[in-house]
Design a protein. Structure first.
Length: 306
């Protein structure tokens, strides 16, 4: 059972990286730059941008699509990560890095690029370890004890974010983990118990019932964690003491898949039928939760224009 779960978690993240025809889940990537421009993944279409004035344009076309990350300082603006694609022009700041497959990615404050590593320690994205890549394209396994922790939890990484001090936070199927820059691994929450979870198991598999599937994750300047419990249709807020609160509920067929926080406002990427196959219809929308709790819909692509 343990080995089966880990293999399934790796498959979840690898799908799409090496083949574009077998996408298992819709995109999770959403970021916002200092100018107020929102960038998000529209799986099967590409990367879209919503300007501060509300104009929607597509900046990258692709038939796959899971993650993007924002390189605010342009550390990687003159180079390409080994397994991923920078989709902004050379020298442009902020730079945007794109992941066609399922491995979550991030450029951290320490000036390095992080993504999921494989179980046997090579540099192909997987679900049990993290890889640190320098701008000079040198890859090393980050926090070697992380794999042992995930094995004990029978879990795998489904999302990563950086905290205000540069520590990494890993969202998993049923856990939240913190990894400091010196490699200390701490399990923050396991299992993730969500009251009144609207059970919608990933891939419609009964074996996945009871796993909230934490996907998109972000951390604000106070260390508060926000994460999308995709298989519950909820967006969660987790305080430093591990207390979990539901702050947004999505009505079916919508589920949160991604989240980003800026200036106290929370931006949530949601998809239709996110726990089922693409044939059920994956369409994105973005909602904003303001500091006063007001929820507004910024964009909805569930109805295609003809």
């Amino acid at each position: 059972m343990k080995k089966h779960l880990l293999i399934f978690a790796i498959a979840f993240l690898l799908v799409g990286l090496f083949g574009h025809t077998a996408l298992a889940h819709p995109g999770t990537g959403i970021v916002i730059d200092k100018y107020g421009n929102i960038y998000f993944i529209y799986t099967g279409v590409g990367v879209a941008k919503i300007s501060g004035e509300g104009k929607l344009i597509y900046i990258h076309k692709a038939t796959d699509g899971h993650w993007i990350c924002l390189d605010q300082e342009g550390i990687f603006s003159e180079t390409q990560p080994k397994y991923f694609e920078r989709i902004t022009p050379d020298g442009m700041k902020p730079a945007i890095i794109y992941a066609g497959g399922g491995s979550p990615i991030i450029v951290n404050k320490d000036g390095n690029f992080y993504y999921c590593g494989s179980q046997n320690g090579d540099m192909h994205p997987g679900a049990l370890t993290l890889v640190r890549e320098t701008p000079g394209k040198r890859q090393t396994i980050f926090a070697p004890t992380l794999e042992n922790t995930l094995n004990k939890l029978e879990d795998g990484i489904t999302g990563i974010a950086a905290g205000p001090d540069g520590s990494l936070y890993a969202a998993c199927w049923n856990s939240l983990i913190k990894i400091t820059l010196d490699g200390v691994v701490t399990t923050l929450v396991h299992p993730v118990i969500i009251r009144d979870c609207d059970q919608d198991p990933a891939d419609h598999r009964n074996a996945n019932r009871g796993k909230p599937l934490l996907r998109g994750i972000d951390v604000d300047s106070n260390g508060t964690i926000y994460t999308a419990a995709t298989s519950c249709h909820w967006l969660l807020k987790i305080n430093s003491d591990g207390k979990i609160k539901t702050i947004l509920k999505a009505e079916r067929p919508w589920s949160p898949t991604g989240v980003t926080v800026r200036n106290g406002n929370i931006y949530v990427l949601e998809y239709t039928n996110a726990n089922g196959p693409a044939e059920e219809g994956w369409f994105p929308r973005i909602r904003k939760i303001a500091m006063d709790g007001t929820i507004t819909r910024i964009m909805d692509l569930s109805v295609r224009k003809k």
